[in-house]
Design a protein around this ligand. Sequence first.
Ligand SMILES: NC(=O)c1ccc[n+]([C@@H]2O[C@H](COP(=O)([O-])OP(=O)(O)OC[C@H]3O[C@@H](n4cnc5c(N)ncnc54)[C@H](OP(=O)(O)O)[C@@H]3O)[C@@H](O)[C@H]2O)c1
Length: 326
Amino acid sequence: MRAIVCSSYGAPESLRIEDLPSTPLKKGEIRVAVVAAAANFPDVLLIAGDYQIKVPPPFVPGSEFAGVITEVSSDVDGRLIGTRVTGTGLIGAFAEEIVVRADKVSSIADGVDERIAAAFGVAHRTAYHSLRSVARVGSGDRLIVLGAGGGVGLAAVQLGVLLGAEVTAVASSSDKLAVAQRYGAAHLINHRESDVRTALRAVLPDGADAVIDPVGGKLSEPALRSLARGGRFVTIGYASGEIPAIPLNLVLVKGIHIAGFQFQDVPPEEFTRNESELTDLLVKQRVVPHVGASYALHDTAKALRLVADGHAVGKVLIEINRGEST
Ligand SMILES: NC(=O)c1ccc[n+]([C@@H]2O[C@H](COP(=O)([O-])OP(=O)(O)OC[C@H]3O[C@@H](n4cnc5c(N)ncnc54)[C@H](OP(=O)(O)O)[C@@H]3O)[C@@H](O)[C@H]2O)c1
């Protein structure tokens, strides 16, 4: 089977496509023919050896996929063969097939195609759990989304709008902001062209209720300063490569709540509710992930380069059996 191989830590361009033997199944495992995989920021960090978890090369990168079960181990129900599933993990998805534990995949709802399923996993789930259970965004709330053209950010724009929030999108280009506007963002701020604090004050004179921050760096503090009394700031990631240091007096003076987002911290009953609401939104096509670019397997490095440079708009896909990239 064809797979992308990271044979030593480095840039996306150091990845190679190889023909690898199929991995035999162990107990509890299934084989999935991958239809589409998503390129995510942690994939870039992982192949560079900069991720919080280190995988020793050689390995096949790729952490999010959708496809069809083609084989199951002897202790797994054989009727699962042919089921369309999606899954997330650490590695293995940039390949024609991936071997995973059967209990680590979820079936794809009828009517949702594999490309959409691959693009929907991590970003939309992160955004929705953050909005619902950490930022506690509801109708009429004023929400600031940083990195609003990226995977998590654009999902937060889409889902924030669906939750009834007035969304202010902050991003680095007019292309990204145009997409955020298409999904309902009320205010658009290009942080390369304007002072973020001044621009936020102009569009939100009474302050914001919540901030979703997957970027960190220089944008976090002006966004936090733009919160109204009692506002909620959710730190999700540091795509800028810079972890901001926040003066705590700002938090004290305005009674601001800062919280980090991690899936395991969402209370179980809220987790179940959020997942079910999100699936419903997907199945009813009230939210459809924005696929900004799509690549053939042999062009995986190009997909990861787009993500590494912060130029991705929404999600970037690898479509395993497509001939050429678009
Ligand atoms: N806590 C969690 O459970 C969780 C879950 C998912 C993701 N994350 C983390 O959240 C972060 C964002 O993920 P994502 O999928 O939204 O990533 P993404 O699609 O690559 O978007 C990240 C955004 O960050 C901005 N950015 C600024 N400097 C950048 C740089 N040097 N390189 C790349 N991007 C840069 C860009 O927005 P501008 O337009 O402003 O430049 C870009 O659109 C990542 O750090 C990821 O690991 C955390």
